[in-house]
Design a protein around this ligand. Structure first.
Ligand SMILES: O=C(O)c1ccccc1NCC(=O)[C@H](O)[C@H](O)COP(=O)(O)O
Length: 228
């Protein structure tokens, strides 16, 4: 897995604009996340994702060639996900709903037919230790387990944090990334307490849903770099 800044993988999620995607990639982010969930205020259509990816990658510049372009899906069928992957140029899938390990296994087989390099990430919204144990059930099936905060109403991009103390000894069989309520102000403490391989941030670096604050993105990446 690629490590951009001091070997800590950084994903900036909720991208909706080409100029912001380009600027964030140039700052050294490893991944851009696109929310393919129609009910989200950060929703972006597959068509628009395709246009952004085409514009980013046509230059063949180094920052864009290695970039992970992650589609975030919520309880979407394998057929729809595969269609979105084939039509947009996305190279990674993040499942943010109630997808079972069996669903992930089935999707993996179907993605392999498109391109075995497509990365599969399972996000789990953790509210207690039982949620953490559940996360481990996926670790032999997916490439990355992503831990996000639980909210009864909102599926993601909540700005809420998990109880980081609970994650001190979390060590699945695959890489894991921390999400939920991260910001330039708290990310160093989050890394110190939880030691993940990657970080995922959305609302903590936004002006409003889907509109990134480039200054805060820069400060987030710099904080990670200074800590790592
Ligand atoms: O961001 C959304 O609107 C969203 C909607 C539905 C499912 C997932 C969603 N976001 C997923 C992400 O990967 C976010 O980056 C993650 O939840 C962290 O968000 P935040 O707490 O705002 O940093």
């Amino acid at each position: 897995m690629k490590c951009g800044v001091g070997c800590m993988y950084i994903k900036i999620c909720g991208i909706t604009k080409l100029d912001q995607a380009r600027a964030i990639a140039q700052m050294g982010a490893d991944a851009l996340g696109f929310i393919c969930v129609p009910s989200s205020p950060r929703y972006i259509s597959t068509n628009t994702i395709g246009q952004i990816i085409f514009s980013l990658t046509k230059s063949q510049s180094e920052q864009f060639v290695d970039l992970d372009l992650i589609g975030v899906f919520l309880n979407t069928s394998t057929a729809e996900i595969c269609h979105a992957m084939e039509s947009s140029g996305l190279n990674a899938v993040q499942l943010h709903g109630d997808e079972s390990p069996e669903f992930c296994d089935r999707l993996r087989s179907q993605l392999d037919l498109i391109n075995p390099q497509i990365k599969l990430i399972k996000a789990l919204r953790v509210k207690d230790r039982a949620g953490l144990e559940r996360a481990k059930l996926y670790s032999d099936i997916v490439d990355v387990v992503l831990l996000d905060a639980y909210d009864p109403q909102i599926a993601g991009g909540t700005g809420k944090a998990i109880d980081w103390q609970m994650l001190r000894d979390f060590c699945p069989n695959c890489d894991w990334w921390l999400a939920g309520g991260l910001s330039p102000e708290n990310v160093a403490e989050a890394i110190a307490l939880t030691s993940p391989q990657g970080l995922d941030v959305s609302s903590g670096v936004e002006l409003s849903a889907g509109d990134k604050d480039l200054d805060r993105v820069k400060r987030f990446i710099t904080s990670v770099k200074e800590y790592s």
